[in-house]
Design a protein around this ligand. Structure first.
Ligand code: B12
Ligand code: SF4
Length: 501
């Protein structure tokens, strides 16, 4: 839903994996099904007949589609080796293999660049797939996944994408994506970014980043780090390298309110370098909510962060998490608050999904195990309101965003930019302005619950407050040494997070 309205971004993970394969001498092609069709894929399969085909399964909601496509591939090319990697596939590997009934040969868990060539080598030489770190097949699991030696060695294969002008976020149209660092040292209960990377945090070298930025043609750049500029010095050094090279872009990033307040100089500097949009995971507007999400930041701090971002003249988008337990009054209070502030507010729905701590600890019964509903826009926990009313309230609240930031209101505020984009043949931004109502519709959301479910994920283990979250990590935790941050930043992270390491 989200990508049909607000933004569409390049599949950076697939590009880095493709780049690693190419470095090893393979002939690689890439198709992005966000902007191309199943028919396009079919054409590539028939014309090119690859020896191996892989899918990126970052999102749970896409898993059924991947399984169906894998079946089609196997029918057409029975000898093609089909494998899947990515964030969500790593957390649900055995389920995905089970659903595919032989159409998927292997799941490669964890960081793809690190082991993909070892896997392809094993396939080509009929070697032991289960000797490859991160490999899971119907026969069992290989050794734990491993990290690449250096994040500096990988330059995403951006040239393999045919429709680069389709990627955008708001007025950053077209927009490329880049990584400055990988991993997150915090441990919010609703999030799986940290369990995937074992709470590690690795940074790329400023010079390498600046060089990559210089090679990017798009004027807009989405910095995909979970929390941008955790480490002030790293942020400053990248900025200086960018300035030295005279690179001028418009940037979008995501960060935490407390990081913004701690590293004001970095954000101020990046504003001067072209920082345009900032997304802050605020999650709640009441203290009880922040505590429940283990956000470990006070409301005052979050509001102070907002004030600071405003003072820089940055366009800020906030995220709030709606709980299925919300009643009408709660939605109304949030709506009023959203109307009072100038920021863009995005509402997601509290969703326990594989890889998160709430997946293990949530005491409420899940109402569905249909992957397609696990997109944090649907309720998979019992709602206090009847489900149709819950969606009506949810969409009414999201409508505030529509009213303030889309349609004619947005066009009035950004008429000059819109004209400029249209004159350059970029229509993504202008088209998105009128798409809200056709996508965010309570009837459609309710209807999604009535679809036939062909693939059902295994339920979580019985909820238990003592269950060990480390058991769900994809990359095992390696403690302090896996975080490339100085002592002061490590201390700051520890003070702003809760729970166990
Ligand atoms: C950037 C980002 C986005 C971007 C861009 C997504 C895109 N086009 O790729 C945007 C803003 C669009 C986005 C949207 C959403 N996102 Co998002 N996003 C991220 C984020 C912060 C970074 C992803 C990234 O690009 N990393 C850098 C690249 C290099 O890494 P990567 O893609 O993970 O790839 C590596 C591995 O996964 C693996 N890999 C990937 N593909 C493959 C394929 C093969 C074959 C192999 C072997 C390996 C492999 O190797 C890669 C290199 O090491 C992650 C958090 C995270 N740290 O993972 C959340 C995350 C993936 N998003 C999440 C969510 C919830 C969403 C939304 C559903 C939110 C919403 N409702 O609004 C939407 C859904 C979008 C959709 N497509 O349907 C969740 C995943 C939830 C889930 N389990 O389904 C995550 C984990 C964040 C979280 N808080 O938990 N997202
Ligand atoms: S700060 Fe929390 S929500 Fe954000 S990426 Fe890290 S663990 Fe996830």
């Amino acid at each position: 839903m989200y990508t049909r309205v607000f933004l569409r971004l390049e599949p950076l993970g697939l590009e880095t994996v493709a780049s690693a394969m190419r470095q090893a001498g393979h002939d690689v092609r890439l198709i992005d099904l966000q902007v191309e069709t199943h028919r396009d894929l079919d054409r590539i399969l028939r014309d090119w007949r690859p020896d191996a085909l892989c899918f990126s399964g970052n999102y749970l909601a896409n898993i059924p589609e991947i399984i169906d496509l894998a079946r089609t591939v196997k029918q057409l090319l029975p000898h093609c080796f089909v494998f899947v990697g990515g964030h969500s596939a790593s957390f649900t590997a055995s389920d995905v293999l089970r659903h595919a009934e032989g159409a998927i040969d292997c799941i490669l868990k964890g960081e793809g660049e690190a082991s993909v060539n070892a896997l392809l080598h094993a396939v080509a030489t009929r070697g032991d797939l289960l000797a490859v770190p991160g490999a899971v097949t119907n026969e069992g699991s290989g050794p734990p996944p491993r990290f690449v030696e250096s994040l500096d060695d990988i330059l995403p294969a951006r040239d393999l994408l045919r429709h680069r002008r389709k990627y955008f976020i708001g007025t950053l149209d077209p927009c490329a994506s880049i990584e400055f660092a990988r991993g997150c040292p915090w441990d919010c209960v609703f999030c799986s970014a940290w369990t995937f990377y074992g709470r590690s945090y690795r940074a790329r070298s400023p010079e390498v980043i600046a060089e990559e930025l210089a090679s990017i043609r798009e004027p807009g750049v989405f910095i995909v780090d979970d929390v941008a500029f955790v480490h002030a010095e790293h942020g400053m050094e990248i900025g200086r390298a960018v300035e030295r090279r005279g690179i001028r872009k418009q940037y979008y990033l995501e960060t935490r309110g407390d990081v913004l307040l701690r590293n004001k100089d970095v954000f101020r500097y990046w504003r001067s370098l072209g920082l345009q949009y900032m997304f802050i995971g605020m999650e709640a507007i009441d203290a009880a909510g922040l505590k429940a999400f283990r956000k470990r930041i006070t409301l005052d701090k979050n509001f102070e962060a907002l004030e600071f971002a405003r003072s820089l003249g940055i366009t800020v988008a906030l995220n709030l998490i709606a709980d299925p337990d919300w009643d009408r009054e709660r939605f109304e209070a949030v709506r009023q608050w959203c109307l009072e502030i100038p920021e863009i507010v995005n509402i997601s729905v509290n969703t326990p999904y594989p890889g998160t701590e709430i997946w293990l600890r949530e005491q409420r019964r899940l109402t569905s195990l249909d992957y397609r509903l696990y997109d944090i826009q649907h309720a998979v926990l019992p709602t206090r309101l009847p489900l149709d009313e819950f969606y009506a309230e949810l969409v009414r609240t999201q409508q505030v965003l529509n009213r303030k930031h889309m349609g004619w209101a947005a066009l009035r505020g950004a008429a000059g930019q819109a004209m400029h984009l249209l004159m350059h043949g970029q229509t993504n931004f202008v088209r998105m302005l009128w798409r809200f109502n056709s996508v965010f519709d309570p009837r459609l959301q309710l209807g999604d619950h009535a679809r036939e479910v062909r693939y059902t994920m295994s339920p979580p283990p019985a909820a238990d407050a003592s269950s060990n979250v480390k058991a769900v990590y994809v990359h095992g935790p390696a403690g302090r040494k896996s975080r490339r941050i100085d002592e002061a930043t490590e201390k700051f992270v520890d003070e702003t997070r809760m729970g166990t390491n």
